[in-house]
Ligand binder design. Structure first.
Ligand code: SF4
Ligand code: SF4
Length: 227
């Protein structure tokens, strides 16, 4: 569907505003939950709940959970974006080896601690809170030196969702309509390049697409769409 560049800009700004509002809400809820977890450790169980919800949704809609439903992803976009230099994320950071390594390391530690602390639900919940705090601190440093969504490149929930949902609800392009202006590349919050599809290529790291739809709204030629 072709669109007027001016109305396209307005539509994009509106979409960004509504996404940002949801992210501020969920990002703030994340900070409240994290702080509350230190006083009431059972709150830590929201981590496995997020994992099931995120990966479960990925089986149908790809990595949509990470757009604004993930409290930490929302925290990254709503709070960390303001203080991040937003550098280009290196490709190796999203490579399978790095991601698999992070998953194996964190899951091994989690399994060891659950076995060690079993059957005390409060102690296990406390461990989840510690894990969430430590990984959030790592994510904040990655945001400060690299990009606000750099943690999302290696987050276990994000990586699993990216693999499970790689071929779900895919972004498509009308190659004849695309003028290769590169706007979609500038818009994408995950530093993906939808314009790669113009050459008939698959978009690199397409499993990391958050289905935010910003590139669809921002394309001046209406060349991008979801099913
Ligand atoms: S898909 Fe749209 S925004 Fe992206 S390069 Fe093509 S015309 Fe530009
Ligand atoms: S490719 Fe488009 S829909 Fe996917 S994350 Fe980037 S801007 Fe959002």
């Amino acid at each position: 569907m072709k669109q007027n560049p001016q109305s396209g800009k307005k539509i994009l700004e509106e979409a960004k505003r509504s996404r940002r509002l949801r992210q501020v809400l969920f990002g703030s809820a994340f900070l409240v939950l994290l702080a509350a977890g230190w006083f009431y450790s059972l709150i830590g169980y929201f981590i496995p709940l997020c994992m099931v919800a995120g990966v479960g949704l990925a089986a149908v809609r790809g990595r949509k959970w990470c757009n604004w439903m993930c409290p930490r992803g929302s925290f990254a976009d709503s709070y960390m974006k303001a203080i991040s230099p937003e550098r280009r994320m290196p490709r190796w950071l999203r490579g399978t080896m790095v991601r698999a390594g992070v998953i194996i390391f964190l899951m091994s530690m989690l399994t060891y601690q659950i076995v060690r602390l079993w059957p005390d639900p409060y102690a296990i919940g406390r461990f989840f809170v510690v894990l969430l705090t430590v990984t959030t601190v790592v994510g904040v440093f990655m945001a400060l030196f690299l990009h606000q969504r750099a943690w999302c490149s290696i987050c276990p929930i994000g990586s699993l969702s990216s693999w499970v949902g790689r071929n779900r609800y895919q972004l498509t392009m009308d190659k004849d309509a695309c003028i290769d202006c590169g706007l979609c590349v500038k818009i994408c919050p995950m530093q993906l390049a939808p314009s790669e599809m113009k050459k008939g290529e698959t978009m690199s790291f397409k499993g990391d697409c958050l289905k935010c739809g910003l590139c669809v709204k921002g394309c001046p030629k209406g060349a991008l769409s979801f099913p």
